[in-house]
Design a protein around this ligand. Structure first.
Ligand code: GLV
Ligand code: GLV
Length: 325
C-alpha cells in the first residue's frame, strides 16, 4: 500500500476513505505541526495532504525523499506552497477549488450583514444584561445593505459567487480585476473599475484576491484613506492582503465604519487592539467550515492523490508545468 501523510485530522468520512486506499499516518495533535514534525512525518511517503498552515518548500520536499509524487492542499488557497521548488523536484501540487465558493461567499455576506447591523455588538449587549431601556429610536442604528454598492476585489469564483448573491439584495456591483468578464457584467450589471474607484465608491468592499507578492497589503493606510467613512471592509481571503496595523488604526479613528474579518495577518494571533474594537466582527478562518464543504474538500484532495499515485493527472493541479515533464 502506498504511504500517505495527513498533516491534520480530516473529517471522519475522509479519513475512512483514506484508510480504504492507503497506509495512512496522521498528525496526532490538535495543532499545526512544527517544521521538524512535518519533515519526520512526510519522510518516505508517496503523497501528503496538507493545510494552509503547512509551509511546503524545497526543504520539506527534500525531507520527504524521492518517493513523494503529490502534495494535495486541503484548501483552495495555496500561498503555503513553493510552486517552483515542487516543479523542479517533479512533485505535483493540487488545491480544492469550486466546492467552497458558496460557503465562503455565504460567510463573507454573513460578516457584511453582521457588521452593518451590529449583530455581534448587540448580542453581547443583551447577554451582558445591559438592555434596560426598551425599544428606542436611536438604539443600535446601523447601515442599510439593500441597494448599496458592493465592491469586489478579485473576480474569481468566490468573488463572482458573492456578487450574484448580492444581486438578491439589489446591490450595485463594482469589481476590480486584471481581467474584464463581460458575461459576468451582463448577468449582474456589474461595472469593471480601477482599484481607486473601487475604494472610493464601495459601501462594502469584499476582498477575494489570492495572496501573492503583488497582493500583500493590497489594503493599507493609503487605500483605507480613500474609502468612505461609512464603508465596511470584508476579508475572507488571506490575512496579509490587509495591513492589519493600519486597519486597526483606521477603525479606532472611525475613518471607516467597520470591518468583518475571517482571516488575519499572523493567525492565530490578532493585531493588538483589534479584539477590543466594537466596530469589527471577527471569526477564526471558518469561511469554508460547513459539514458538506469540508467533506467535499477532502474528496477532491483524496481523489487527486488516488489519480496521481495511479499514474494519472489530477483535476486541480496548481503547478501544471510539472505535468509536461
Ligand atoms: C481556506 O482558506 C482555503 O484556502 O481553502
Ligand atoms: C419595530 O419593531 C417597528 O414595529 O417599527
Amino acid at each position: 500500500m502506498k504511504k500517505v501523510f495527513i498533516t491534520r485530522m480530516l473529517p471522519q468520512e475522509n479519513m475512512e476513505e483514506l484508510h480504504r486506499h492507503f497506509d495512512v499516518s496522521v498528525n496526532p495533535h490538535d495543532r499545526p505541526l512544527t517544521r521538524d514534525e512535518l519533515k519526520n512525518g512526510i519522510k518516505d511517503c508517496d503523497a501528503a495532504i496538507t493545510l494552509l498552515t503547512d509551509t511546503i518548500d524545497g526543504e520539506i520536499l527534500d525531507a520527504a525523499g524521492h518517493k513523494l509524487k503529490i502534495v494535495a492542499n486541503y484548501a483552495v488557497g495555496y500561498n503555503n506552497f513553493d510552486l517552483k521548488a515542487a516543479t523542479m523536484r517533479g512533485v505535483i501540487l493540487t488545491n480544492t477549488p469550486g466546492v467552497l465558493d458558496d460557503a465562503t461567499a455565504d460567510l463573507s455576506f454573513a460578516l457584511l450583514l453582521a457588521v452593518a447591523r451590529r449583530v455581534v455588538e448587540a448580542d453581547l449587549y443583551l447577554r451582558n444584561s445591559k438592555w434596560k431601556t426598551g425599544w428606542a429610536p436611536t438604539f443600535f442604528v446601523g447601515l442599510d445593505v439593500t441597494g448599496k454598492t458592493l465592491g469586489i476585489a478579485g473576480l474569481g469564483r468566490i468573488g463572482k459567487n458573492l456578487a450574484r448573491k448580492a444581486c438578491g439584495f439589489d446591490m450595485r456591483i463594482l469589481y476590480s480585476d486584471m481581467h474584464r468578464d463581460e458575461e459576468f457584467e451582463r448577468q449582474t450589471a456589474a461595472r469593471h473599475v480601477s482599484k481607486e474607484t473601487l475604494l472610493k465608491e464601495s459601501d462594502f468592499l469584499s476582498l477575494h484576491v489570492p495572496l501573492l507578492p503583488e497582493t500583500r497589503h493590497y489594503i493599507g493606510e493609503t487605500e483605507l484613506a480613500l474609502m468612505k467613512r461609512t464603508a465596511v471592509l470584508i476579508n475572507a481571503s488571506r490575512g496579509p492582503v490587509v495591513d492589519e496595523k493600519a486597519l486597526v488604526k483606521a477603525l479606532k479613528e472611525r475613518r471607516i465604519w467597520g470591518a468583518g474579518l475571517d482571516v488575519f495577518e499572523n493567525e492565530p494571533a490578532l493585531e493588538p487592539g483589534l479584539a477590543e474594537l466594537d466596530n469589527v466582527v471577527i471569526v477564526p478562518h471558518i469561511a469554508s467550515a460547513t459539514v458538506v464543504t469540508r467533506r467535499a474538500m477532502g474528496e477532491i484532495a483524496i481523489g487527486n492523490v488516488i489519480e496521481v499515485l495511479n499514474g494519472r493527472s489530477p483535476d486541480t493541479c496548481v503547478n501544471p508545468d510539472v505535468l509536461q515533464k
